[in-house]
Design a binder for this molecule. Sequence first.
Ligand SMILES: [Fe+2]
Ligand SMILES: [Fe+2]
Length: 286
Amino acid sequence: MRTLAHISDLHFGRVDPAVVEGLLADLEEVRPSLVVISGDLTQRARKHQFMAARDFLARLPAPYLVVPGNHDIPVYNLLTRFTDPFANYRRFISRELDAVHQDEEIAVLGLNTARSFILDFAEGRVNRTQMRRIRSVFTDLPSGVFKVVFTHHPFLPPPDAPDTRLVGRVRHALAALEEAGVELLLAGHLHRAYNGDVSSHHPQLARSILVAQASTATSTRLRSEPNAYNLISISRDDAPRRLEFLVRVWDGARFCAGLHSRYVKEGVRWHPVWDDPPLSAHAARA
Ligand SMILES: [Fe+2]
Ligand SMILES: [Fe+2]
């Protein structure tokens, strides 16, 4: 089994320091296999904000992968914005903009969807090079390796806001993800936590791809939801494959158990299950 801690939208420069410490303490207890960070590490892409984010990453008790978000591109420094928008991100956070992790159970690919050249720079997109990368990373993996992609911008809108703008070129990207056998998409940007099957909104897909969106883990930029992160457990390749989402929610003093959801894979579809036993010991934690 693998356990991913999916954290997003840290927004250093607008964080609550108590929540930052609470998140690190919770991750220390959980000890995930991998931490996946889906962008917006900073509030305004300033150097000192990247340095604070770097110091946070250095304290994570597990390996991590990260992609930038739209807030990690400078807004006001137009020269940097258009000549080298990820200069500070590369310097302080990661030289890789499309990072990858692979072991015998799981392959995780991060795609940088943040763009400085599109008109509404809060939005993002997947480009054709990244669609080729999806194919090259996931093709020829040993069977049974579970395939995950994470981005800053979302592929699935919140259940109560179906018109929410999604990542650009979403249909083309989903076609590549479907063909590559990707099972799980993780994203942020909306500062809202929910999960579901992307094919519920994109009926052109012939099979399920699960989605988890994360709230902001540490910032005060809340959108009527508390700070939270996702803890995701994925069973080994024993049939049927099972997956568990646990939302860890800040209650004002610590991160504690929020909503949990479990899915089982049958054929090409993931189905929610209500009476299955918990997949991970984390489900029993308060
Ligand atoms: Fe954000
Ligand atoms: Fe964002």
